[in-house]
Design a protein around this ligand. Structure first.
Ligand code: SF4
Length: 473
């Protein structure tokens, strides 16, 4: 018998992981609200606590288990629901966690609110027998142990209005899942096959955000370069050219018509081989709309390691795309993900990575120490490195990233740039904002209490390692 829902039925949602998970959580929040639940901001006052988990590293898994135990300790009555990537890759491991009441893997995330609504809320009378349907999982969902599962195919992904609470930037998910199967990554199994949010839904949401006056929209997804490929594959199973009417490029053309010069558009991350000349051309022709900032995951600067990772490009391919990005966009801010300590990575491979980062003149790095993930090809590779070496290389690359970031930021000292404000006045009287090319700027307002978005700021110098000091121009 489903539980009675009233505005007193409260829900708390905790998000772990990436921007796509952040979007999914705001979609869940919207759906719970529409169903008559009330959102609260702490598990202590929540009848239902949802943990939207991540599984990109072993630490992320641990954090989800820790939070479930902590929430139950803080509020023994709260009904704990774990969803997200850890729920997809380790649901069988999670059913044994006493503090967790219900597990909704990613393949059923779009049905989570309805499943919670009808859940009987009482623990199963009989203990669960392995191999049988588990009452802690939605009917028809097979428990998954240590990520041993098939690549689930789905045409749907949870979608709803983007979160615009901070009235500054809206993360808009346009795609989910991945077919890449890079050898270190469990995301394809955690999020299923690549699928795109229907074009009409994306464009409708962009219109809503522009009309609401949101100054910046960040297009996000797991593998957005794959946008539209599933539409085509559905139609005639052939591969997709960037000029296809379904491609990311053609979607960007339509979005820019809606944004005009009112809303800034940022592309969150793009596989290097998907930063096509056509895409760069669209960005270059609309400098008032497209932020001159691209995040192109590199992962390694050694061709030998790129092959072991099953990445879809060589160092020369990557370098050629970096040159093309600069040819089209002038002086864009180009960042990259890099993994340190991949199995078998030698001192020479690491030296090649450092050299290659310098050759590409990358402007910042997101550094990830290799984390062994279950049921990935890399987990079965020989020569896993010691945590000490992995950490040493992580520290080295983090230092390189900080220097590179400063070098790029230093070029803008003395320049005047429009800023979109992220945070209102902080305790020290500064407003914090982002320029189009992703510089963080702090300003003490002189003329008005709160400066409007797009205020022209003159960059004076470094305030600290993470922010430039600006004054109203
Ligand atoms: S492209 Fe590779 S690294 Fe990125 S989500 Fe897909 S499998 Fe993972």
């Amino acid at each position: 018998m489903p539980h009675k829902i009233s505005e007193n039925t409260t829900v708390y949602i905790k998000t772990l992981g990436c921007k796509v998970n952040t979007f999914d959580s705001s979609a869940l929040a919207n759906q719970f609200t529409r169903e008559g639940y009330t959102l609260v901001d702490a598990p202590e006052t929540a009848n239902i606590s949802v943990i939207n988990s991540c599984s990109v590293t072993a630490n992320a898994d641990k954090e989800a288990r820790y939070l479930a135990r902590r929430f139950k300790r803080q509020n023994a009555e709260t009904f704990i629901v774990v969803t997200g990537c850890y729920a997809q890759t380790h649901s069988e491991n999670l059913v044994t966690e006493l503090d967790i009441d219900f597990i909704v893997p990613n393949e059923a995330k779009h049905r989570l609110v309805e499943l919670v609504k009808v859940h009987p809320r009482r623990s199963p009378a009989q203990p669960w027998l392995e191999g049988t349907e588990n009452p802690k999982l939605p009917q028809g969902i097979t428990p998954v142990k240590n990520n041993r599962q098939k690549h689930f195919k789905s045409s749907v992904t949870i979608f709803d209005h983007a979160d615009t609470q901070d009235k500054t930037r809206a993360f808009l998910k346009i795609q989910d899942g991945c077919n890449g199967f890079c050898t270190y990554c469990l995301i394809p199994l955690a999020r299923g096959a690549s699928r795109s949010v229907p074009r009409s839904d994306v464009l409708h949401e962009v219109k809503r955000l522009v009309a609401e006056g949101i100054p910046e929209i960040v297009l996000t997804g797991i593998h957005i370069g794959d946008y539209g490929a599933d539409f085509l594959q559905d139609k005639n199973n052939s591969s997709q050219a960037s000029s296809s009417p379904n491609s990311l490029e053609s979607l960007l053309r339509e979005i820019k018509l809606i944004c005009q010069n009112r809303t800034r558009l940022r592309i969150s991350s793009l596989e290097p081989n998907e930063a096509s000349d056509e895409l760069l051309h669209i960005m270059a022709n609309n400098p008032m709309i497209f932020a001159p900032h691209l995040h192109l995951p590199l992962q390694s600067g050694s061709d030998r390691i790129l092959k072991l990772m099953a990445r879809k490009y060589s160092c020369d391919d990557y370098y050629e795309r970096v040159l093309a990005t600069r040819k089209f966009l002038g002086d864009p801010n180009i960042g990259a993900d890099v993994i340190t300590g991949f199995p078998g990575e030698t001192e020479l491979d690491f030296a090649e990575t450092l050299e290659f980062i310098a050759r590409c003149d990358l402007n910042y790095l997101h550094v990830f120490p290799y984390s062994k993930r279950p049921s990935t090809v890399a987990a079965r590779l020989p020569e896993h490195l010691s945590p000490h070496i992995i950490n040493q290389r992580r520290q080295k690359l983090t230092q390189v990233s900080s220097e590179r970031k400063k070098n790029y930021w230093r070029k803008y000292i003395g320049k005047e740039m429009p800023v979109i404000w992220e945070r209102k006045l902080d305790a020290s009287g500064y407003m914090t904002g982002l320029t189009a090319n992703y510089l963080t700027v702090k300003v003490r307002p002189l003329t008005k209490a709160i400066l409007p978005h797009g205020t022209l700021i003159s960059i004076k110098g470094f305030l600290n390692d993470d922010a430039l000091l600006g004054v109203e121009a």
